[in-house]
Design a protein around this ligand. Structure first.
Ligand code: 1HE
Length: 268
Protein backbone atom coordinates (compact mmCIF):
# COMPACT_ATOMS: atom_id res chain seq x y z
CA UNK A 1 0.00 0.00 0.00
CA UNK A 2 1.59 3.26 -1.05
CA UNK A 3 1.09 6.62 0.65
CA UNK A 4 -0.16 7.99 -2.67
CA UNK A 5 -3.05 5.46 -2.74
CA UNK A 6 -3.91 6.21 0.89
CA UNK A 7 -3.83 9.99 0.41
CA UNK A 8 -5.92 9.75 -2.76
CA UNK A 9 -8.42 7.45 -1.01
CA UNK A 10 -8.64 9.76 2.02
CA UNK A 11 -9.47 12.71 -0.28
CA UNK A 12 -12.38 10.69 -1.69
CA UNK A 13 -13.82 9.44 1.58
CA UNK A 14 -11.99 6.20 2.37
CA UNK A 15 -9.66 5.92 5.36
CA UNK A 16 -7.55 2.94 6.36
CA UNK A 17 -6.27 2.34 9.88
CA UNK A 18 -4.30 -0.72 10.94
CA UNK A 19 -5.28 -2.12 14.35
CA UNK A 20 -2.88 -4.98 14.87
CA UNK A 21 -3.47 -7.43 12.03
CA UNK A 22 -6.87 -5.90 11.20
CA UNK A 23 -7.25 -3.23 8.52
CA UNK A 24 -10.18 -0.98 9.42
CA UNK A 25 -11.53 0.63 6.26
CA UNK A 26 -13.86 3.55 6.99
CA UNK A 27 -16.34 5.29 4.73
CA UNK A 28 -15.83 8.93 5.66
CA UNK A 29 -18.46 11.09 3.94
CA UNK A 30 -20.87 11.45 6.85
CA UNK A 31 -22.37 14.74 5.63
CA UNK A 32 -23.61 12.79 2.59
CA UNK A 33 -24.44 9.70 4.65
CA UNK A 34 -21.42 7.96 3.10
CA UNK A 35 -23.06 7.97 -0.33
CA UNK A 36 -20.86 6.16 -2.81
CA UNK A 37 -19.55 8.59 -5.40
CA UNK A 38 -17.65 7.25 -8.42
CA UNK A 39 -14.40 8.50 -6.85
CA UNK A 40 -15.20 6.78 -3.56
CA UNK A 41 -15.93 3.48 -5.33
CA UNK A 42 -12.57 3.75 -7.16
CA UNK A 43 -10.82 4.53 -3.87
CA UNK A 44 -12.46 1.50 -2.25
CA UNK A 45 -11.18 -0.65 -5.13
CA UNK A 46 -7.63 0.76 -4.77
CA UNK A 47 -7.55 0.24 -1.01
CA UNK A 48 -8.78 -3.37 -1.17
CA UNK A 49 -6.50 -4.23 -4.08
CA UNK A 50 -3.54 -2.88 -2.10
CA UNK A 51 -4.15 -3.80 1.53
CA UNK A 52 -0.94 -3.70 3.58
CA UNK A 53 0.88 -7.05 3.78
CA UNK A 54 0.43 -6.94 7.58
CA UNK A 55 -3.37 -7.08 7.20
CA UNK A 56 -4.74 -10.56 7.93
CA UNK A 57 -8.38 -9.48 8.09
CA UNK A 58 -10.37 -6.31 7.47
CA UNK A 59 -13.40 -4.49 8.79
CA UNK A 60 -15.46 -2.01 6.82
CA UNK A 61 -17.50 0.60 8.67
CA UNK A 62 -19.19 3.94 8.08
CA UNK A 63 -18.59 7.16 9.98
CA UNK A 64 -21.53 9.16 11.34
CA UNK A 65 -25.14 8.15 11.82
CA UNK A 66 -25.35 5.66 8.94
CA UNK A 67 -23.27 2.93 7.34
CA UNK A 68 -24.08 4.00 3.78
CA UNK A 69 -26.87 5.67 1.79
CA UNK A 70 -25.93 3.86 -1.43
CA UNK A 71 -25.15 5.31 -4.82
CA UNK A 72 -24.42 9.05 -4.76
CA UNK A 73 -27.65 10.15 -6.43
CA UNK A 74 -26.23 13.60 -7.20
CA UNK A 75 -23.96 11.92 -9.77
CA UNK A 76 -26.74 9.91 -11.35
CA UNK A 77 -27.33 10.96 -14.94
CA UNK A 78 -28.81 9.52 -18.08
CA UNK A 79 -26.04 7.46 -19.62
CA UNK A 80 -25.84 5.81 -22.97
CA UNK A 81 -25.72 2.02 -22.89
CA UNK A 82 -21.93 1.79 -23.04
CA UNK A 83 -21.38 4.31 -20.25
CA UNK A 84 -24.02 2.68 -18.11
CA UNK A 85 -22.43 -0.75 -18.42
CA UNK A 86 -18.96 0.64 -17.66
CA UNK A 87 -20.35 2.38 -14.57
CA UNK A 88 -21.98 -0.77 -13.24
CA UNK A 89 -18.90 -2.83 -14.11
CA UNK A 90 -16.70 -0.37 -12.17
CA UNK A 91 -18.74 -1.25 -9.07
CA UNK A 92 -18.35 -4.94 -9.84
CA UNK A 93 -14.56 -4.55 -9.99
CA UNK A 94 -14.46 -2.64 -6.69
CA UNK A 95 -16.77 -5.05 -4.84
CA UNK A 96 -14.97 -8.07 -6.31
CA UNK A 97 -11.80 -6.56 -4.79
CA UNK A 98 -13.58 -6.65 -1.41
CA UNK A 99 -14.97 -10.17 -1.84
CA UNK A 100 -12.15 -11.94 -3.63
CA UNK A 101 -9.10 -10.44 -1.93
CA UNK A 102 -6.55 -12.07 0.29
CA UNK A 103 -8.24 -11.47 3.63
CA UNK A 104 -11.68 -11.93 5.20
CA UNK A 105 -13.71 -8.73 5.40
CA UNK A 106 -16.34 -8.09 8.07
CA UNK A 107 -18.93 -5.32 7.75
CA UNK A 108 -19.89 -3.30 10.83
CA UNK A 109 -23.36 -1.96 10.04
CA UNK A 110 -25.45 0.71 11.69
CA UNK A 111 -28.16 3.14 10.61
CA UNK A 112 -29.00 3.08 6.90
CA UNK A 113 -27.63 0.18 4.88
CA UNK A 114 -29.34 1.11 1.69
CA UNK A 115 -29.11 0.39 -2.04
CA UNK A 116 -25.45 0.30 -3.03
CA UNK A 117 -24.58 0.33 0.69
CA UNK A 118 -26.32 -3.03 1.01
CA UNK A 119 -24.53 -4.23 -2.13
CA UNK A 120 -21.23 -3.26 -0.50
CA UNK A 121 -22.19 -5.05 2.73
CA UNK A 122 -23.14 -8.14 0.70
CA UNK A 123 -19.66 -8.26 -0.85
CA UNK A 124 -18.09 -8.78 2.59
CA UNK A 125 -17.78 -12.21 4.19
CA UNK A 126 -19.63 -11.59 7.44
CA UNK A 127 -21.97 -8.85 8.55
CA UNK A 128 -22.51 -7.51 12.06
CA UNK A 129 -25.49 -5.21 12.55
CA UNK A 130 -26.10 -2.83 15.42
CA UNK A 131 -29.69 -2.88 16.66
CA UNK A 132 -30.35 0.48 14.94
CA UNK A 133 -29.35 -0.76 11.46
CA UNK A 134 -32.02 -0.80 8.75
CA UNK A 135 -31.91 -2.29 5.29
CA UNK A 136 -33.63 -1.16 2.11
CA UNK A 137 -33.39 -1.27 -1.66
CA UNK A 138 -35.09 1.92 -2.87
CA UNK A 139 -33.84 1.57 -6.44
CA UNK A 140 -37.39 1.15 -7.79
CA UNK A 141 -38.41 4.38 -6.09
CA UNK A 142 -35.52 6.18 -7.82
CA UNK A 143 -36.26 4.65 -11.22
CA UNK A 144 -33.11 2.56 -11.35
CA UNK A 145 -32.00 -1.01 -10.63
CA UNK A 146 -29.27 -2.56 -8.53
CA UNK A 147 -26.00 -2.32 -10.46
CA UNK A 148 -23.33 -3.09 -7.89
CA UNK A 149 -23.75 -6.86 -7.79
CA UNK A 150 -26.87 -6.91 -5.61
CA UNK A 151 -28.96 -9.07 -7.93
CA UNK A 152 -26.39 -11.82 -7.38
CA UNK A 153 -25.02 -11.26 -3.88
CA UNK A 154 -28.04 -9.91 -2.00
CA UNK A 155 -30.39 -12.40 -3.65
CA UNK A 156 -28.12 -15.27 -2.61
CA UNK A 157 -28.03 -14.11 1.00
CA UNK A 158 -31.69 -13.38 1.64
CA UNK A 159 -33.36 -15.11 -1.32
CA UNK A 160 -35.04 -13.68 -4.39
CA UNK A 161 -38.49 -13.48 -2.77
CA UNK A 162 -37.28 -11.24 0.08
CA UNK A 163 -35.14 -9.11 -2.19
CA UNK A 164 -38.11 -8.66 -4.55
CA UNK A 165 -40.25 -7.63 -1.55
CA UNK A 166 -37.75 -4.89 -0.58
CA UNK A 167 -37.48 -3.69 -4.16
CA UNK A 168 -41.17 -3.84 -5.07
CA UNK A 169 -42.79 -2.60 -1.89
CA UNK A 170 -40.15 -0.37 -0.35
CA UNK A 171 -40.11 -2.59 2.72
CA UNK A 172 -37.41 -1.63 5.21
CA UNK A 173 -35.93 -4.52 7.18
CA UNK A 174 -34.83 -4.18 10.79
CA UNK A 175 -31.62 -5.67 12.16
CA UNK A 176 -33.61 -8.58 13.63
CA UNK A 177 -35.29 -9.31 10.31
CA UNK A 178 -31.94 -9.07 8.54
CA UNK A 179 -30.54 -11.69 10.92
CA UNK A 180 -33.51 -14.00 10.41
CA UNK A 181 -33.13 -13.55 6.65
CA UNK A 182 -29.46 -14.53 6.72
CA UNK A 183 -28.37 -11.07 5.62
CA UNK A 184 -26.42 -10.49 8.82
CA UNK A 185 -24.81 -13.06 11.08
CA UNK A 186 -24.67 -11.05 14.34
CA UNK A 187 -26.86 -8.38 15.94
CA UNK A 188 -25.37 -6.32 18.75
CA UNK A 189 -26.42 -3.32 20.83
CA UNK A 190 -26.44 0.11 19.23
CA UNK A 191 -22.93 1.54 19.03
CA UNK A 192 -21.26 -1.88 19.32
CA UNK A 193 -21.01 -3.08 15.71
CA UNK A 194 -17.46 -1.89 15.09
CA UNK A 195 -16.23 -3.44 18.33
CA UNK A 196 -17.85 -6.81 17.55
CA UNK A 197 -16.70 -6.79 13.91
CA UNK A 198 -13.14 -5.95 15.01
CA UNK A 199 -13.21 -8.78 17.56
CA UNK A 200 -14.38 -11.26 14.89
CA UNK A 201 -11.79 -9.97 12.41
CA UNK A 202 -9.03 -10.37 14.99
CA UNK A 203 -10.13 -13.99 15.47
CA UNK A 204 -10.25 -14.67 11.73
CA UNK A 205 -6.76 -13.12 11.45
CA UNK A 206 -5.36 -15.97 13.56
CA UNK A 207 -6.42 -18.67 11.05
CA UNK A 208 -3.99 -20.07 8.51
CA UNK A 209 -3.93 -17.54 5.64
CA UNK A 210 -4.48 -20.24 3.00
CA UNK A 211 -7.56 -21.55 4.82
CA UNK A 212 -9.00 -18.03 4.92
CA UNK A 213 -8.14 -17.55 1.26
CA UNK A 214 -9.96 -20.78 0.40
CA UNK A 215 -13.04 -19.80 2.43
CA UNK A 216 -13.38 -16.43 0.72
CA UNK A 217 -12.34 -17.42 -2.79
CA UNK A 218 -13.33 -21.08 -3.17
CA UNK A 219 -16.57 -21.33 -1.17
CA UNK A 220 -18.57 -18.78 -3.21
CA UNK A 221 -17.26 -20.20 -6.49
CA UNK A 222 -18.14 -23.74 -5.42
CA UNK A 223 -21.70 -22.51 -4.78
CA UNK A 224 -21.81 -21.48 -8.45
CA UNK A 225 -20.89 -24.97 -9.63
CA UNK A 226 -22.91 -28.09 -10.23
CA UNK A 227 -22.76 -30.49 -7.27
CA UNK A 228 -20.27 -32.93 -8.76
CA UNK A 229 -17.99 -30.10 -10.00
CA UNK A 230 -18.12 -28.49 -6.58
CA UNK A 231 -17.20 -31.71 -4.83
CA UNK A 232 -14.33 -32.25 -7.27
CA UNK A 233 -13.06 -28.71 -6.69
CA UNK A 234 -13.38 -29.18 -2.92
CA UNK A 235 -10.98 -32.12 -3.08
CA UNK A 236 -8.37 -29.97 -4.80
CA UNK A 237 -8.68 -27.07 -2.36
CA UNK A 238 -8.59 -29.44 0.63
CA UNK A 239 -5.45 -31.04 -0.76
CA UNK A 240 -3.72 -27.70 -1.37
CA UNK A 241 -4.60 -26.53 2.14
CA UNK A 242 -3.36 -29.64 3.89
CA UNK A 243 -0.13 -29.60 1.82
CA UNK A 244 0.93 -26.20 3.24
CA UNK A 245 3.75 -26.18 5.85
CA UNK A 246 1.44 -24.14 8.06
CA UNK A 247 -1.12 -26.97 8.11
CA UNK A 248 1.59 -29.46 9.08
CA UNK A 249 2.74 -27.20 11.93
CA UNK A 250 -0.79 -26.53 13.18
CA UNK A 251 -1.70 -30.23 13.13
CA UNK A 252 1.48 -31.06 15.09
CA UNK A 253 0.65 -28.28 17.57
CA UNK A 254 -2.75 -29.85 18.19
CA UNK A 255 -1.51 -33.41 18.51
CA UNK A 256 1.26 -32.30 20.89
CA UNK A 257 -1.28 -30.34 22.96
CA UNK A 258 0.05 -26.87 22.17
CA UNK A 259 -3.09 -25.70 20.33
CA UNK A 260 -6.47 -24.71 21.75
CA UNK A 261 -9.42 -27.13 21.73
CA UNK A 262 -12.87 -26.42 20.44
CA UNK A 263 -14.90 -25.26 23.46
CA UNK A 264 -18.62 -25.11 24.14
CA UNK A 265 -20.48 -21.87 23.30
CA UNK A 266 -20.68 -19.53 26.32
CA UNK A 267 -24.49 -19.56 26.47
CA UNK A 268 -24.77 -23.36 26.81
C1 1HE B 1 -27.33 11.76 -0.42
C2 1HE B 1 -27.70 10.39 -0.44
C3 1HE B 1 -27.42 9.69 -1.63
C4 1HE B 1 -28.26 11.19 1.47
N1 1HE B 1 -26.83 10.34 -2.64
N2 1HE B 1 -26.74 12.36 -1.45
N3 1HE B 1 -30.03 5.68 -2.03
C5 1HE B 1 -31.18 6.16 -1.57
O1 1HE B 1 -32.15 6.27 -2.26
C6 1HE B 1 -31.16 6.62 -0.12
C7 1HE B 1 -31.33 8.14 -0.07
N4 1HE B 1 -31.06 8.66 1.29
C8 1HE B 1 -31.94 8.54 2.29
O2 1HE B 1 -32.98 7.90 2.21
C9 1HE B 1 -31.55 9.23 3.58
O3 1HE B 1 -30.62 10.25 3.26
C10 1HE B 1 -30.93 8.30 4.66
C11 1HE B 1 -32.01 7.37 5.22
C12 1HE B 1 -29.77 7.50 4.11
C13 1HE B 1 -30.37 9.19 5.79
O4 1HE B 1 -31.37 10.09 6.26
P1 1HE B 1 -30.93 11.36 7.13
O5 1HE B 1 -32.21 12.06 7.54
O6 1HE B 1 -29.97 10.98 8.18
O7 1HE B 1 -30.08 12.31 6.12
P2 1HE B 1 -30.60 13.30 4.98
O8 1HE B 1 -30.98 14.63 5.58
O9 1HE B 1 -31.62 12.65 4.11
O10 1HE B 1 -29.30 13.47 4.09
C14 1HE B 1 -28.19 14.27 4.50
C15 1HE B 1 -27.49 14.73 3.25
O11 1HE B 1 -26.97 13.60 2.54
C16 1HE B 1 -28.43 15.43 2.27
O12 1HE B 1 -27.69 16.42 1.56
P3 1HE B 1 -27.71 17.98 1.98
O13 1HE B 1 -26.83 18.65 0.98
O14 1HE B 1 -29.16 18.37 1.89
O15 1HE B 1 -27.19 18.04 3.39
C17 1HE B 1 -28.82 14.33 1.32
O16 1HE B 1 -29.21 14.82 0.04
C18 1HE B 1 -27.50 13.60 1.21
N5 1HE B 1 -27.70 12.21 0.78
N6 1HE B 1 -28.27 10.08 0.73
C19 1HE B 1 -26.50 11.63 -2.54
N7 1HE B 1 -27.71 8.38 -1.74
C20 1HE B 1 -24.74 0.63 -8.08
S1 1HE B 1 -26.34 0.93 -8.11
C21 1HE B 1 -26.85 1.34 -6.52
C22 1HE B 1 -28.18 1.99 -6.56
C23 1HE B 1 -28.52 2.65 -5.28
O17 1HE B 1 -27.74 2.75 -4.37
S2 1HE B 1 -30.09 3.31 -5.20
C24 1HE B 1 -30.29 3.86 -3.57
C25 1HE B 1 -29.80 5.26 -3.39
Amino acid sequence: MTDAILEHAARHGIALTMRGAVAVVSLRRPAKRNALSDALVAALRDVFQNLPAAAKAAVIEGEGEHFCAGLDLSELKVRDAGEGIHHSRSWHVALDAVQYGRVPVIAALHGAVVGGGLELAASTHLRVAAADAFFALPEGQRGIFVGGGGSVRIARLMGVARMSDLMLTGRVASAGEAERWNLVQYVVDEGKALEKASELAAKAATNAPFSNYAVINALPRIQDMAKSDGLFMESFIATFASATPEAAQRLRDFLEKRAGKVTRPEDK
